[in-house]
Design a protein around this ligand. Structure first.
Ligand SMILES: Cc1ncc(COP(=O)(O)O)c(C=O)c1O
Length: 408
């Protein structure tokens, strides 16, 4: 039997984080010491009071099916939360609770994209965007997110890419892998452009919006009244409460899309585990210190990593405004970021992700996750620095060796 998988499924791509993790684990099995900077999840434990509430829920029998759209009490609390943190007016009917932030992407695209529809997405960006656009038969139209523009883009860029086939614009701020934050004026200008294009919807991925530690402040396009009904906000518990393995997130959208997303839930997951929803309720209602603790730690670590990387000949790195990623350019050391990543892993013992795995405009960069201790980061920077020195020496040798050969 061969070639029996559907064309649809063949269009799906994986995430390079999992591939690099596999490569790193193979080397570790051979006895090599590897520093993991490829991981995209907080290195903090889920706060005790959140875990305890899930245990209590299980013990009190909250272990059955629950409503596919999500528990009403949780959706009400989410509505209060997004009013406070995103300034978005919403209500439980416009909220769907799903297993993580990712399913919001999946369901939003299944609900909105017909074959041939164009979707504008940030590039470099979360690889699942492009994968899902292709999966749903849409046409992926990249919006370049470049270091020279501080990893932001302008409304004019968006306008120049809109055609009569454009159905969806994906915004991700703070962005993965760049850590760039789109500020209020940029988002408002995009909203102005979209007012002239009433058929374009927005998927606003705000999963990192509470992890803003720079001067730029996050701003949700859904808080612009005219955009509210055309925007699906994606958010969840994975990043702000260090709950990646719990699998719970939510989307905010108009009632019609919420109904479609609920039907997609009925057809796939049925519901998010009821006790997980209790934990999520506790996360929103309980103390919020974890968010501040993580932000302070990420800021301190990123400031250290960025300043050390900028001391290395051949590397330039912007200070990220949000998330826990840095996205340095290593172009001057090695043209091919995939070669750089592979060699840094095999020769330097540091696992990072190649920028081009986030899209063509990520070429020449690597993504470094600061979701690890300062001690580990210090060792990582040392290793990156000696690896860079080796590359610089090789580059000098390659440049001069033809001349030397000629002279001989
Ligand atoms: C930009 C972005 N959106 C969404 C997600 C998915 O989050 P979750 O783990 O809650 O599905 C991630 C995870 O890394 C992400 O980086």
């Amino acid at each position: 039997m061969e070639n029996y998988l559907s064309d649809r499924v063949k269009n799906l791509k994986s995430e390079s984080a999992f591939e690099v993790l596999n490569q790193a684990q193979r080397l570790e099995a051979q006895g090599m010491d590897i520093i993991h900077l490829e991981i995209g999840q907080p290195d903090f434990e889920t706060p005790e009071h959140i875990s305890q509430s899930a245990c209590d829920a299980i013990k009190s029998g909250i272990t059955q099916y629950s409503p596919s759209q999500g528990e009403l009490q949780l959706r009400q609390e989410i509505a209060n939360h997004v009013k406070k943190y995103k300034n978005v007016d919403t209500n439980p009917e416009e909220i769907v609770v799903v297993p993580g932030g990712k399913p919001v992407m999946f369901y939003a695209m299944l609900a909105l994209i017909n074959p041939g529809d164009e979707v504008l997405y940030p590039n470099p960006g979360f690889p699942i965007y492009e994968s899902l656009i292709n999966f749903t038969g849409g046409k992926a139209v990249p919006v370049p997110v470049l270091q020279e523009n501080k990893f932001k883009y302008k409304a004019e860029q968006i306008e120049s890419l809109i055609t009569d086939k454009t159905k969806l614009l994906i915004i991700n701020s703070p962005g993965n892998p760049t850590g760039g934050v789109m500020e209020e004026e940029d988002i408002r200008a995009i909203a102005e452009v979209l007012k002239r294009h009433p058929n374009v919807f927005v998927l606003s991925d705000e999963i990192y919006d509470r992890l803003c530690h720079g001067t730029a402040k996050p701003f949700s396009i859904a808080s612009v009244p005219e955009m509210k009904d055309r925007t699906i906000v994606l958010d969840g518990f994975s990043k702000p409460y260090s709950m990646t393995g719990w699998r719970i997130g939510y989307g905010i959208m108009n009632k019609e899309i919420a109904k479609a997303m609920t039907v997609l839930m009925v057809n796939s997951n049925s519901c998010v585990a009821a006790f997980t929803q209790q934990a999520a309720l506790e996360a929103l209602r309980g103390p919020q210190d974890i968010v501040n603790t993580m932000n302070m730690a990420y800021k301190e670590r990123l400031e250290y990593v960025v300043s050390e990387l900028n001391k290395i000949d051949g590397i330039t790195c912007l200070m990220p405004q949000g998330s826990f990623y840095a996205f340095p350019s290593v172009k001057a050391l090695c043209e091919d970021d995939k070669v750089f990543q592979k060699r840094l892993l095999e020769e330097g013992g540091v696992a990072v992700l190649p920028g081009s795995s986030f899209g063509i405009y990520g070429k020449g960069h690597v993504r470094i996750s600061a979701a690890t201790s300062m001690e580990v980061l210090k060792e990582a920077v040392k290793r990156i620095s000696s690896f860079a020195q080796k590359l610089n020496e090789e580059n000098i040798e390659n440049e001069y060796s033809p001349l030397i050969k000629e002279a001989m």
